[in-house]
Design a binder for this molecule. Structure first.
Ligand SMILES: Cc1cc2nc3c(=O)[nH]c(=O)nc-3n(C[C@H](O)[C@H](O)[C@H](O)COP(=O)(O)OP(=O)(O)OC[C@H]3O[C@@H](n4cnc5c(N)ncnc54)[C@H](O)[C@@H]3O)c2cc1C
Length: 427
């Protein structure tokens, strides 16, 4: 590649947003280059991860037939942990298997590599080991990128460089998200023989499980733990609000210690026993409401995926991958037309898509999830309630509803609990 080379579209970042954009623009006959700083697509990318394919079906109906998906999720569990006890709410339902709404566990190393191959087959030039250091601008319009001393010109640049967009930082773009708007995800991959994995998670062959946990293992830091079953491994991790970690101060818990604490919860330890940890990774997750998102376009520039803050934390699940893929596809389609019209076309397509619709619908999630009673108080109330309900001591039981009612009155039906419930109604 020669200095000053020209492309129709230059994509910064070979993650899900960047590669889906490159695939789409290359299919439309555009000359596309993707610069990825990692050794290969997926090498630096982290997700829990469960991918919701349902919302993507309208945009990518048939493209998933040969995608490297791990397991379709057939069992959903929410576990509340407190004082050594745990209460789980467990869902198994044929509706989870409905192809129109199914979710699948994925491993990013495989998925991103596959997407990179698709983009390359369509004609995009995917360049690994290439870090973009800045944008070129002419009269306020972005006209290319800079990699060290090298300059590459483009009719359109698509920034898809993830949660902390360094390129954006270098080029007068909006400041990085504050700690209140970012979480830290820490994850390990634990290998387990598929038969043993299915036994332990209570799954039929080939099926998968997703489990979210909230409770005292995060030691007061707002956040939670997750488990996703892959073909022959389990993704286990915690997602923690950065301001919560910072507020705990230097003496507070470190993120890896909280992951260890989650893994030590007996419910979790039993599922992972004997497995070998083969990967450890940490990554930031944007957690902004739709009203706090950075600009998604400028003359000559589109921004997709995490770089545009397109992530929703519903509390019981994090969605960033489907939003990254969808925004990448829409950026690629906008890039297939007149570059001068691409920013407006991209904004219009996003506004009509599920991406902005769902982000708008979830606009109160972040503020709600900042309520620290969700992480310590409610798991304790529910665990103690169930412990009381199922205990039959030497004095017999008495009226079974009495302890339940007492716990609910004390723990939930007071002014703070009612305030939380009132806030929850608009989620
Ligand atoms: C622990 C954790 C669990 C998660 N769980 C889920 C989940 O279960 N489901 C879900 O949907 N989402 C989940 N997410 C969110 C999801 O992973 C992200 O939203 C998604 O990866 C965003 O994709 P992206 O392509 O925008 O960014 P990324 O995947 O971060 O890709 C950005 C790419 O840009 C490259 N890059 C960065 N800077 C440069 C540069 N200057 N030059 C060249 N290349 C550069 C990076 O190397 C990277 O490959 C989770 C996130 C974390 C951290």
């Amino acid at each position: 590649m020669a200095d000053g080379e020209h492309f129709d579209v230059v994509v910064v970042g070979g993650g899900l947003a960047g590669l889906s954009c490159a695939w789409e623009a290359a299919k439309a006959g555009r000359a596309v280059a993707v610069f990825e700083r990692g050794e290969e697509p997926g090498a630096k990318n982290v997700s829990g991860g469960r991918l919701y394919l349902g919302p993507l079906r309208g945009l990518l109906p048939d493209e998933w037939n040969d995608a490297p998906l791990e397991r379709p999720v057939a069992r959903e569990t929410l576990t509340l942990v407190s004082g050594g006890g745990a209460v789980s709410f467990d869902l198994r339902s044929d509706k989870l298997r409905d192809p129109a709404a199914a979710s699948h566990t994925v491993l990013r190393a495989k998925l991103d590599r596959w997407l990179g191959e698709k983009a390359a087959e369509a004609g995009a030039m995917v360049v690994p080991g290439a870090r973009v250091d800045g944008l070129l601008r002419t009269n306020g319009t972005v006209t290319g990128v800079r990699l060290g001393d090298e300059t590459i010109e483009a009719a359109l640049v698509v920034l898809a460089d993830g949660a902390v967009s360094r390129v954006a930082l270098d080029d007068q773009a909006p400041p990085p998200p504050s700690p209140a708007h970012v979480a830290l995800g820490v994850k390990e991959l634990v290998t387990l023989d598929p038969g043993r994995l299915e036994d332990r998670f209570g799954l039929e062959p080939g099926q998968g499980a997703a489990r979210l946990a909230l409770g005292d293992f995060t030691r007061g830091v707002p956040g939670g733990g997750f488990l996703y079953t892959n073909r022959d491994s389990v993704s286990v991790g915690v997602v923690l609000r950065l301001d919560g970690l910072a507020a705990a101060g230097p003496q507070g818990p470190e993120s890896h210690a909280l992951l260890d604490a989650f893994r030590a919860v007996p419910e979790v330890a039993r599922l992972l026993a004997g497995g070998e940890t083969t990967e450890y990774s940490a990554h930031l997750v944007p957690e902004r409401s739709v009203d706090q998102l950075p600009p998604r376009s400028a003359p000559g520039l589109l921004v997709a995926g995490d770089a545009a803050g397109l992530v929703i934390n519903h509390g019981f699940t994090v969605r960033g991958m489907d939003l990254a893929l969808a925004s990448g596809v829409l950026a690629g389609r906008a890039a297939a037309g007149d570059p001068a019209a691409a920013p407006a076309a991209y904004e219009a397509a996003l506004a009509k898509s599920f991406v902005l619709r769902d982000l708008r619908a979830a606009r109160r999630s972040q503020a709600f999830l900042a309520r620290d009673r969700l992480y310590g108080h409610y798991p304790r109330v529910v665990t103690e309630l169930f412990e009381e309900l199922f205990r039959f001591g030497p004095d017999g039981k008495g009226r079974v509803a009495r302890p339940a009612w007492k716990a609910l009155r004390k723990g939930v039906l007071n002014w703070r609990g009612l305030r939380d419930l009132w806030a929850a109604r608009k989620l």
